[in-house]
Design a protein around this ligand. Structure first.
Ligand SMILES: Nc1ncnc2c1ncn2[C@@H]1O[C@H](COP(=O)(O)OP(=O)(O)OP(=O)(O)O)[C@@H](O)[C@H]1O
Length: 251
């Protein structure tokens, strides 16, 4: 027997879908828009199935809608993990002047430009609000002022800590030679090797801004929020670096 058209159940499902999609849009706009199209098609199928009294199709549609929250949780697991981690452990914050931020931004940009012009590969992590320590492997502790000379010399090929990433946190260079988690994203362009994959891996798990200088092309990329912006515009780069340094000290 065909289940009767349950208007309140339908409104219930619609509201739940709108709520879940609204929440998802806040996390990942690109994926959510595609999901929204799929869910709309499924919803139309479900309504048509009820009007046309097709019990098998209704059962299939109900099962699909029932599993939507689980499917969304799987799709957004990286983002949920990142948000939950951030809730649990905010950075300890310190005060810094606007001039300090400007100086550090200029030093980082100067180092990137210098490294890029000589095709010296580099990987610099600007920690923002989320902690990254639990994701780093190996590395040498440093507690130094952010200067272009130091960044430059760390990445020189004969430096013992040139392999891996430099970490900048709380306005200081805190570590160098760190291994970052590699991204398992299958869609990453084949032209990107492990340096870019490592940058992407960290940005999938935290809100860090990761800067990459390609040894091969001399181009600077900015990796943030699980996205690589290859050969980034210098004005955009400056804005993002500045914003990240501000966040390291924000109240
Ligand atoms: N897990 C990792 N964490 C941090 N750095 C890494 C990691 N794996 C590799 N690297 C760095 O990446 C370098 C190798 O870069 P590779 O050429 O494979 O990458 P790429 O993305 O093609 O970069 P490039 O354009 O500079 O060649 C290593 O020498 C090392 O410094």
């Amino acid at each position: 027997m065909t289940p009767p058209l349950d208007i309140s159940g339908l409104v219930d499902s619609l509201l739940l879908t709108v709520l879940v999609c609204g929440f998802s849009l806040l996390i990942r706009r690109d994926v959510t828009l595609r999901l929204l199209v799929v869910l709309s098609v499924l919803l139309v199928c479900s309504i048509v199935a009820r009007f046309a009294a097709l019990p098998p199709l209704i059962r299939v549609m109900d099962a699909i809608f029932f599993s939507v929250p689980v499917v969304l949780a799987v799709i957004f697991q990286q983002d949920l993990r990142r948000s939950l981690l951030a809730l649990g452990s905010r950075q300890k914050l310190s005060a810094v002047s606007v001039d300090d931020i400007t100086e550090m931004t200029d030093e980082i940009l100067k180092a990137l430009a210098s490294l890029a012009s000589r095709h010296i590969g580099a990987l610099i992590v600007l920690v923002r609000r989320h902690p990254v320590e639990h994701l780093l492997q190996v590395g040498t502790d440093i507690d130094a002022k952010v200067t272009s000379e130091l960044l430059d010399s760390i990445f020189l090929p004969y430096s013992p800590i040139h392999d891996g990433a430099v970490i900048i946190n709380q306005g200081k260079i805190t570590r160098a030679g760190c291994l970052l988690p590699l991204s398992h994203n299958p869609d990453i362009a084949k032209s990107f090797g492990t340096r870019h994959r490592a940058a992407l891996g960290l940005s999938e798990a935290t809100d860090a801004l990761v800067l990459v200088v390609s040894e091969e092309t001399g181009k600077i990329s900015c990796v943030h929020d699980a996205r690589i912006t290859y050969d980034i515009d210098l004005a955009d780069l400056k804005r993002l670096v500045r914003k990240s340094l501000e966040l390291q000290h924000a109240a």
